[in-house]
Design a protein around this ligand. Structure first.
Ligand code: SF4
Ligand code: SF4
Ligand code: SF4
Length: 407
């Protein structure tokens, strides 16, 4: 035991975070968040500020031997060390401390564009609020204004856009529309990813030809209730996609009352998709007691990138922009009433990125440190969030309903 040592500090890749719910220790390299009991959290809070172990014992009125035992455990776990003198441990950083980079270098991470086609399916939950609704399909009845869509794409493509996602019912049922727009993107030297959210029931040779020519990735939602495509059909889809060198993404669409995705997971691994995303359909009846889906716990890994990202930016809205079929620009495809501008206005894109109150309100100021219940939570630098769902449930852009701590 380190009785002769005077100081204790956690390692450079660990950060102690205090919230009103307690303490958490983030491992920025391993990706875990550890809940720390109040006693150890209080000890570390004092030692991290540079007090000696003896001073810590005096301030906390805890037994020195107990404190050394707690700290020794952290040494064994390789989370911290004793030091003979006061040292400064620079925390591990993925990149430089946050300075808002110019939009030309950050770019647009995801751009959602409504290009609706009809969908013959009648899923009862089609328009029900969902967690990560952007990962699944939803019917849209507006006819798309292709001129405004092209004007928008013309600007967005120049902004280092990484991913274009076309969605709305099933865009494949208006193949001429999808072909026209995706051909246009590739002819205008767009080299980023193009995705289309489709229920997968209409895939045929003509569609595969367009996918192959324009390197289009289908995002196919798989519904845990009332599945639309059989396992056999899914294997067929994946086999054709692999032959044609086309990536596939699946979304596991679960329901709040049964968020278990284990059976899906086994099946999907065998399909070898490029990615698997989640979506959870929430119950409409808010009088019933909500069942928290264990989703956040399952997917969150907090590397240094996510830690610093969440510290300053919204987990998913940062870098996201969306266009409705009739030309309204939104910060997210499902924050329908948060209109940033209309492409009918020639200065729309310029205004959105030059005016501090427009896009940066969603990208930066909605970070979890500014969200009602998350503000003082020790997990806010590692948590996920879907503002579209929160706003639909609470009616407040800064409201919070879905929470890992609510069980
Ligand atoms: S397949 Fe998608 S768009 Fe069609 S009804 Fe079902 S959820 Fe809605
Ligand atoms: S949603 Fe996450 S950050 Fe917000 S209060 Fe719950 S656990 Fe904390
Ligand atoms: S808030 Fe984020 S996760 Fe939710 S629908 Fe919008 S972009 Fe998707």
């Amino acid at each position: 035991m380190g009785q002769v040592n005077k100081y204790f500090f956690v390692n450079s890749n660990h950060i102690l975070h205090k919230g009103i719910n307690g303490f958490a220790l983030y491992d920025l390299v391993g990706g875990d968040i550890f809940t720390i009991n109040h006693k150890l959290g209080t000890i570390l809070e004092i030692t991290e500020k540079g007090s000696t172990v003896e001073e810590t014992a005096e301030r906390t009125q805890l037994d020195l031997k107990d404190i050394l035992e707690e700290l020794d455990n952290l040494v064994q776990q390789k989370r911290g060390n004793f030091y003979n003198s006061r040292v400064y441990i620079e925390k591990y950083k993925f990149s430089q401390v946050y300075v808002r980079p110019p939009i030309s270098t950050t770019g647009i991470q995801r751009c959602f564009i409504e290009l609706p086609g009809s969908c013959r399916s009648k899923c009862s939950f089609c328009e029900t609020p969902s967690l990560f609704q952007c990962n699944k399909c939803t019917k849209i009845s507006t006819k798309p204004n292709l001129t405004l869509i092209k004007d928008f794409l013309h600007r967005i493509i120049q902004m280092n856009c990484r991913s274009l996602v076309f969605h709305g019912g099933d865009p494949l049922s208006e193949l001429h529309q999808l072909t026209l727009i995706t051909d246009w993107c590739r002819k205008h030297s767009y080299e980023g990813e193009i995705c289309v959210v489709t229920n997968g029931t209409q895939l045929n040779n003509d569609i595969w030809e367009v996918f192959s020519r324009n390197k289009i990735t289908p995002i196919i939602p798989l519904f845990s209730i009332n599945p639309l495509i059989t396992e056999k059909k899914l294997y067929e889809i994946c086999s054709i996609a692999q032959q044609k060198n086309i990536a596939t993404i699946f979304t596991m669409v679960m329901v709040e009352s049964n968020p278990d995705s284990s059976t899906y997971k086994k099946f999907i691994t065998r399909l070898n998709p490029q990615n698997v995303w989640p979506a959870v359909v929430y119950d409409n009846d808010r009088n019933t007691s909500p069942i928290y889906p264990t989703l956040y716990n399952a997917v969150v890994r907090v590397d240094a990138n996510r830690y610093y990202h969440n510290k300053w930016l919204h987990p998913c809205l940062w870098g996201t922009i969306a266009l409705t079929a009739d030309g309204n620009v939104l910060p997210c495809p499902h924050l329908k009433t948060e209109i940033l501008g209309s492409m009918k206005d020639a200065n729309c894109i310029y205004n959105i990125f030059e005016n501090e109150d427009l896009i940066f309100k969603y990208w930066e100021r909605l970070c979890l440190s500014n969200i009602s219940k998350c503000k003082d939570c020790s997990f806010n630098h590692g948590c996920l969030d879907c503002r579209a769902l929160e706003k639909r449930i609470t009616g407040d852009l800064y409201g919070k309903y879905v929470c890992s701590l609510k069980r």
